[in-house]
Design a protein around this ligand. Sequence first.
Ligand SMILES: C[S@@+](CC[C@H](N)C(=O)[O-])C[C@H]1O[C@@H](n2cnc3c(N)ncnc32)[C@H](O)[C@@H]1O
Length: 348
Amino acid sequence: MDDPVDELIAAEAPHSARHIWILGRPRLIPAARPWAPTSFWSDDIRDLEPVRHSHGDEIVANPMDGDAGPVPDQVWMELPESLDALDDTLSALHGLAAARGATGLHIVAGGRIRRMNKSLNTVAARWFDDVHASLGRRRARVLHFSSPRAHPARGAGWPRHNQISTMGLEVELVAHGGVFHGAGLDAGTALLLDQRGTMLSRLPSRPAILDLGCGNGVIAAALALELQGAAEVQARDVSWLAVDSTRRTALANHVDVDVTQADGLDGVADESLDLIVTNPPFHRGSARDSAPTRRMLTDAARVLRPGGQLWCVYNSHLPWGEHLDAEVGPTQQVARTKAYTVTRTIRD
Ligand SMILES: C[S@@+](CC[C@H](N)C(=O)[O-])C[C@H]1O[C@@H](n2cnc3c(N)ncnc32)[C@H](O)[C@@H]1O
């Protein structure tokens, strides 16, 4: 195994496992299977689909789904950087174990040392009586969580609800812990939504609108509220936590949004959309790789109708304006602050 985190998780896991649940680290599957029956989940559909393909549907189990099947006695997982993401996952695993009276749950959570901090242990101690760290090896470390607490410190619970206001529009956001900006409004997204008067002014009747990379669903919900049923609003994201949050946000605001978990614009019909609105991802996980975003933006040229618009907000130092101008159509800067730029691109 060439990944030090995978290697350490497999080496540190107690050898007594009866059923192992791997979260977010597909390359651990071959290490786990000779020991015990194995389940797998990844929030990102790009990691989940290949596993579904090679191991079948039976291996897939989502810890956020209260109906997830038998509760394993071991979980081998990627340690998220976000404390809220960890809290949400541990809350779900603790809840599943408690509902089935399973007290022997042992979690082995691994990550790179430079991305870890002591607060992760504090979060885990809300849910487990026994929380301790391994010795680091090859810049990786694992944390062990066991003995689920009889009376965990639940806090406000997940998913979180939050009422935000954007230029006179009230939106209730609902979000899981691992979603971009949680149940809050990102400053770049706020700048983008501030332009919605112009954005929605030149659309055909009953336009087809897509919130691309929807996160907590704030863009889809705000536009659906603004247009009050006079549009077909869709949303998509690679993350299950994001699509579930967006569905809940739409429900909380009593608007119809058609939400899909998918990679970029895969499966969207050619020339089928009038408007795409996006605060695109900057990088995948912790790898500073902008290729997926580049691909996703380029593909907008295929799915927009001629004359259709792409509205985008991004960090002002990024090259997306030039990229859109070259690949999709004439691109104009609509708003700019020191931190963020909003552009409108019209498909040629
Ligand atoms: C910067 S966040 C914006 C979230 C939300 N629209 C907002 O404004 O708060 C970018 C979102 O894109 C999603 N994403 C990343 N890569 C993607 C891809 N290849 N296809 C679809 N969504 C993707 C991420 O999961 C994340 O939710």
